[in-house]
Design a protein around this ligand. Structure first.
Ligand code: SF4
Ligand code: SF4
Length: 229
């Protein structure tokens, strides 16, 4: 059993089936699954399989067999153990278990599943940071409560943040904000890409509060840049 083990026992079969139909309707899906030999090559190549009770072979098999119950369970648990490295793409059947997982994740986010909200909780701060400043995580964000899935490593890093900041020269490691300024034009471009590709809608599904804050931040930037409401 993984970190996000809320199995939704009361979810009716029809709802699980509806989600699976959304996965199959994704235009990428047919190129990610051609059947499965059950050879296990993907498992041997998968870094996450070494550290978690996780198997890309099981993902591909469940999808190939259209095992709705198991797929729903995987959508709420296993898919969040994948690091999306795509080492499993060396499948002799030309499957992409990592690609199947991408689609499963997207469907779970778009439908606002509780497990997706739990899995992505720590990343809200990163998204806010990117949209607010144009850059990514700063050292002071590396706290155990924000990244519980990082295990003891984040605890060790956060315990010695002052030492890390003094020891490592790059500007960004000395600050609690960011090491460089990003032009607002770049941030606006990023927002418009997220807006037009549906990423903002996905953020609204998993974190309504963050979505509102981002829209407020961007409204101001868009207005200053001369965009019309
Ligand atoms: S997905 Fe591919 S590599 Fe993995 S078990 Fe099936 S056939 Fe083998
Ligand atoms: S993409 Fe996911 S399933 Fe595939 S090898 Fe990487 S961690 Fe494993």
């Amino acid at each position: 059993m993984g970190l996000f083990a809320d199995k939704y026992p009361d979810v009716p079969y029809e709802e699980k089936s509806r989600l699976w139909e959304q996965v199959k309707a994704d235009p990428r899906f047919p190129t990610y699954l051609y059947g499965c030999y059950e050879c296990g090559i993907c498992v041997a190549a998968c870094p996450s399989a070494r550290f978690y009770d996780f198997s890309p072979r099981k993902i591909a098999q469940a999808a190939a067999r259209e095992d709705i119950e198991l797929i729903f369970e995987q959508m709420n648990d296993d898919v969040w153990n994948c690091s999306q490295c795509f080492s499993c793409n060396r499948c002799p059947r030309q499957n992409s278990p990592g690609g199947i997982i991408t689609v499963l994740r997207e469907v779970s986010v778009k439908n606002g599943l509780k497990s997706a909200k739990q899995a992505l909780e720590g990343y809200s701060r990163i998204i806010y940071k990117i949209m607010g400043t144009g850059t990514q995580v700063s050292p002071d964000m590396l706290q155990p409560d924000a990244f519980p899935d990082w295990g003891p490593q984040v605890r060790a890093v956060s315990a010695d943040l002052d030492v890390w900041r003094r020891a490592l020269p790059p500007e960004t490691l000395h600050t609690t904000s960011t090491g460089w300024q990003v032009d607002d034009k770049t941030i606006i471009e990023l927002y418009l890409i997220w807006h037009h590709t549906g990423v903002m809608d996905m953020i609204a599904e998993v974190d309504e509060g963050l979505h509102m804050i981002l829209n407020d931040v961007m409204e101001e930037k868009l207005e200053e840049a001369g965009y019309e409401a």
